[in-house]
Design a protein around this ligand. Structure first.
Ligand code: HAM
Length: 420
């Protein structure tokens, strides 16, 4: 071990587990790529104001969890704590919304940073795959995104996840509810910090995990009773489309989410095998965010799924992903001459699109065969001086154990044929 370790709240992805992470990113993005979402990549840091305005000054993410820094040039930056504000900023900057093709559908995959108290499933550096559909108000778009996330999780073989669904209302009805809730909350017996929260973000109080707080909330006014007719109809349509698609969900009126930009549809994917950090993904509609960051009115919806927690969910369900071996052919040279010849064959195989690896470092037959086994290769090529003198290599089928001599000049073609 070196003197250094990964910083607190972070961990490294190393083989073989790292292959599962790649497969999860692939599985989550595949349904998006097949549904008209284009790939977007934005910087790992942004102007700190973007998140303060976008995610919200009253959220834990902005007040407690952002990694901020001042550059030598005096710019105030923050490592991105989430992707939505960045993606919308980038779409506006590139004028994607003006190309006359709404919604602008984008997907992304990357690292995010939050200075949280680390625990199982909660890290300071984590990874999300996300999707944003910008510029269109249509319940089918909300439904599409939820269905695609459901499809992604199912394709991975996950079963013990649930979809929680809620509507947070819009700029017409939510303020009315907010006030009614504040009036109710101000009369309760609560600590100072919670009292402060009533004034900045009363909906978050509903989210309080403490039993004594929850007990007092039984008779709190319900957002459902305050939704305006337009919000109600919109929500009913999302629910109907999900039901028609055979996607099961649970109505959860306590679902408020930790970011301020949400309006109307909000949802979370939770997994029952993960303990307290059970949200494997979440998202919703954010019809006002564009205007909050200085853009035009662009009603939008999106989600982000946590890759780390999705991997933990797979492990909790003991799902083994069917990860094909990365190497098909492993070459084992015995001696200097064979090393040159087989290295040439390996290069030829790779150019032909066959995944091949080589026993580097002039190791003995036994050690090299061990590596060949570990690589998962279907075939091994072995050649020593005598083989070369006869113009052949030994081709071993690692599944059946059968071995046969193949003319050196035909080795690559023979392997291509056998590997189909
Ligand atoms: P979020 O709910 O903050 O939403 O994060 C989405 C997912 O990222 C969570 O469900 C969780 O799986 C994962 N995640 C968040 N924080 C951590 C952490 N500290 N450690 C490990 N995993 C974590 C958003 O970020 C929104 N931008 C989603 C969205 C997109 N809404 C609309 N569009």
């Amino acid at each position: 071990m070196s003197t250094f370790q990964a910083p607190k709240g972070t961990y490294d992805l190393t083989p073989p587990r790292s292959a599962t992470f790649l497969a999860v990113r692939e599985a989550i993005s595949a349904p998006l790529r097949d549904s008209g979402y284009g790939y977007i990549e934005t910087p790992g840091f942004e102007n700190v104001e973007l998140f303060a305005r976008g995610v919200g000054e009253s959220t834990d993410i902005v007040t407690k969890e952002m990694y901020t820094l001042t550059t030598k040039g005096g710019d105030q930056l923050a490592l991105r704590p989430e992707g939505t504000a960045s993606v919308l900023r980038a779409a506006l900057e590139a004028n994607l919304h003006k190309a006359g093709n709404l919604p602008v559908k984008l997907w992304y995959s990357g690292s995010y940073y939050r200075y949280e108290r680390p625990q199982a499933g909660r890290y300071r550096h984590f990874s999300q795959v996300g999707a944003e559909a910008i510029g269109t108000e249509d319940p089918a778009l909300d439904a599409e995104l939820i269905i695609l996330a459901d499809q992604a999780y199912r394709s991975l073989g996950l079963r013990r996840f649930r979809i929680l669904l809620n509507s947070l209302g819009d700029k017409e009805c939510r303020p009315v509810y907010r006030e009614a809730l504040q009036t109710f909350l101000r009369d309760l017996d609560l600590d100072e910090e919670t009292r402060r929260r009533i004034e900045i973000n009363p909906l978050r109080v509903l989210d309080d995990k403490r039993a004594d707080v929850q007990k007092q909330l039984t008779d709190a006014p319900k957002l459902r009773d305050y939704l305006c007719d337009a919000c109600k109809a919109y929500h009913e349509e999302v629910r109907a489309l999900l039901t028609a698609a055979g996607v099961a969900f649970e109505d959860d009126e306590k679902l408020v989410r930790g970011l301020d930009y949400y309006t109307r549809t909000t949802f979370e994917f939770v997994h029952d095998g993960l303990g307290s950090q059970s949200a494997v993904g979440g998202g919703g509609r954010y019809d006002g965010l564009s205007e909050m960051i200085g853009g035009p009115e662009l009603p939008s919806v999106g989600w982000a799924l946590g890759v780390d927690r999705t991997v933990l969910a797979l492990e909790a369900e003991s799902v083994e992903l069917d990860l094909p071996a990365t190497t098909s052919v492993y070459a084992v040279p015995l001696g200097e001459e064979a090393r040159r010849v087989l290295f040439g064959v390996v290069t030829e195989l790779r150019l032909a699109g066959i995944a091949a690896d080589f026993a580097f470092g002039g190791r003995g037959l036994k050690g090299a065969m061990k590596s060949a086994n570990r690589s998962g290769a279907r075939y091994t090529l072995v050649a020593g001086e005598r083989d070369l003198a006869e113009g052949v290599v030994q081709l071993k089928d690692m599944e059946s154990g059968e071995q046969s001599a193949v003319p050196l000049a035909e080795a690559a073609a023979e392997l291509a044929k056998r590997l189909g």
